[in-house]
Design a protein around this ligand. Structure first.
Ligand SMILES: [Zn+2]
Length: 82
């Protein structure tokens, strides 16, 4: 994670967040948020919740991003910019 970089809420431009790291992307009965990234191992997520508007920004750990790239459940799509 890029901890020292500038961070602004994409919803309201606020810059203070409640943060939590190493959240499992799946549990025994919970949803599989990152499908195709492992059966016994679950990719880890970090959450930054905007202290102003409550918007949750989710990030996947760098090492687990390799699992996303190899997953058959995810497809890379590029969109037009304004
Ligand atoms: Zn916000």
């Amino acid at each position: 994670m890029n901890k020292e970089e500038e961070m602004k809420c994409i919803n309201c431009n606020n810059n203070s967040f409640y943060e939590c790291e190493n959240i499992n992307s799946a549990g025994g009965y919970g949803p599989d948020l990152l499908p195709g990234t492992g059966i016994l191992y679950h990719a880890k997520l970090s959450a930054k919740i905007c202290s102003n508007c409550n918007f949750i920004h989710w990030f996947i750990n760098d090492q687990d991003m390799e699992r996303i790239k190899k997953s058959t459940r995810f497809e890379l799509k590029e969109y037009e910019q304004d």
